[in-house]
Design a protein. Structure first.
Length: 113
């Protein structure tokens, strides 16, 4: 299964973006789907995840970002509101199935006035 993130771009502080992650195959059996991000010069950090038990968010995005998944369409989304310059990063989606992690190419989000 290949994952491809899209939807990034340039947005002003306070704005919103919705990222999409398209899977080339079924994500129904994926135990976990998640978003990570990597800012220039920084380590990759976890942003949000979705499992059968629910969703979880990093403290830095809680209340502003929402992860969702559509198993029928093999899609995962990240709705990002109230964006801040500190949210600038390449965003990557990942999925875990039977202990194997799948990563896709990222999409760049730039928050700047």
């Amino acid at each position: 299964v290949q994952l491809q993130a899209s939807g990034g771009g340039l947005v002003q502080p306070g704005g919103s973006l919705r990222l999409s992650c398209a899977a080339s195959g079924s994500i129904f059996s994926f135990n976990l789907m998640a978003w990570y991000r990597q800012a220039p010069g920084k380590q990759r950090e976890w942003v949000a995840s979705s499992t059968s038990g629910g969703t979880n968010y990093a403290d830095s995005v809680k209340g502003r970002f929402t992860i969702s998944r559509d198993n029928a369409k093999n899609m995962v989304y990240l709705q990002m509101n109230s964006l801040e310059p500190e949210d600038t990063a390449v965003y990557l989606c990942t999925g875990v199935r039977s202990g194997t992690s799948y990563w896709g190419q990222g999409t760049l989000v730039t928050v700047s006035s």
